[in-house]
Design a protein around this ligand. Structure first.
Ligand code: ZN
Length: 386
């Protein structure tokens, strides 16, 4: 009996040590950066960057890594001090609840999951170990927790009134930042339509039907079926429209994008994407779909990582933006970094000045730069938040 107690005690101690060490090791390993700041640009580019009223990004998975976002970290790509340092007004914080082993852009199934061992190693609450829904709720609570402990420097935005109040406060004080919650893949609904409302109550304002594998809502761009929305998927889209939850078609199969475009009553967006016109990948959008999203009054968030755009440099990112701008107009282009999404990026969220420099180099006008860096996102949210 005594021996057993010792063994159990040793195991608990070992687990506790793992939860202390593993999160930052994994975070560091999965979210590498090619260059660490400070990032220097020409005086002209820096002056324009400093003058930008609103810099915003449509996608980052920082909540997955159990990183303290109130602290300036030496790993990972986003935290609140770095947002403030980098003149960022807003970041969408998106929730990942399941990702397949051997995750790839071409073909994945739902049978395996890397996130289960990750949440256990991170020492997250046991209710989130085996429930995708609880994992999502856990990450919603984490972001609200950071806001609460930020001494008013960071707020989570849920509606237009809160967003307007934030914009007003920030016009007097640049050392303020905001975030809003999104979800990658409706599998965390666990097949229950009522969970759309529960996620809404937990603060979620954006959701993509699928992530890396086909789920109860329909086919993934990297799944097996290539299917469109299922009946359940259509019910979810309808409920999202009713609530005013923004639909994000990043990672959706082509058939889902068609279905969502056909049925949505609200503008939609893709929070982090590349385009087939510059890189022919299953994860990237065709010209037809880019035009379709723009026609809803939507947004196209351009990603920063190689699997989406073919590289990581500001030049490659801006090349992709230029393609979308020439196809549908700059008003529909936004930043969609995919920071902390297990991707390699060139720079962290203090390096957006590099994009301004590159846009100037590629002949973008000041109005276009202001729009893409955040004004388009601001306008979209003012129109589409409840
Ligand atoms: Zn993603």
């Amino acid at each position: 009996m005594k021996k057993l107690a010792y063994i159990l005690g040793a195991l608990v101690l070992l687990y506790w040590i793992i939860t202390l060490i593993a999160p930052s090791i994994l975070d560091n390993q999965f979210n590498p950066m090619i260059e660490k700041g400070p990032y220097t640009v020409s005086e002209k580019a820096q002056t324009l960057f400093n003058d930008l009223d609103f810099v915003g990004d449509l996608h980052c998975d920082a909540l997955l890594w159990k990183r303290n976002l109130l602290k300036r970290n030496d790993h990972g790509q986003v935290d609140i001090p770095r947002m403030l340092e980098g003149n960022m007004a807003m970041q969408a914080f998106t929730i990942v609840s399941k990702s397949p082993k051997g995750q790839n852009m071409q073909e994945n199934t739902a049978e395996t999951d890397n996130i289960t061992s990750l949440v256990i190693a991170q020492g997250r609450g046991m209710d989130s170990w085996f429930s995708l829904y609880e994992r999502a709720i856990d990450q919603c609570e984490a972001l609200h927790g950071f806001a609460k402990k930020s001494d008013g420097k960071f707020v989570v935005v849920h509606d237009k009134a809160e967003f307007e109040a934030f914009l007003k406060a920030r016009s007097a004080n640049r050392q303020l930042a905001a975030g809003y919650l999104g979800v990658e893949g409706g599998h965390c609904l666990e097949g229950n339509l009522e969970n759309v409302d529960k996620l809404w109550d937990a603060g979620v304002r954006m959701m993509g039907p699928t992530h890396f594998f086909d789920n109860e809502l329909g086919g993934s761009a990297h799944g097996v079926s290539g299917a469109g929305l299922t009946d359940f998927g259509k019910q979810v889209v309808t409920r999202m429209n009713e609530l005013g939850m923004i639909i994000d078609v990043a990672h959706s199969s082509e058939a889902i994008v068609d279905d969502v475009l056909a049925m949505t009553t609200k503008p939609i967006l893709t929070s982090h994407t590349g385009v087939k016109g510059t890189l022919n990948s299953p994860r990237n959008l065709s010209d037809k779909h880019l035009k379709g999203i723009a026609a809803t009054g939507g947004l196209i968030g351009v990603a920063f990582f190689p699997e989406a755009i073919g590289g990581t440099s500001p030049e490659v990112i801006v090349n992709t933006m230029k393609y979308v701008k020439n196809l549908v107009g700059y008003e529909y282009v936004a930043l969609g970094s995919d920071y902390d999404g297990s991707v390699t990026t060139q720079f962290d969220c203090t390096g957006f000045n590099l994009l301004v420099e590159e846009m100037l180099k590629q002949g973008f006008t000041e109005e276009e730069i202001r729009g893409i860096m955040g004004e388009n996102m601001k306008r979209f949210l003012l129109k589409n938040l409840p």
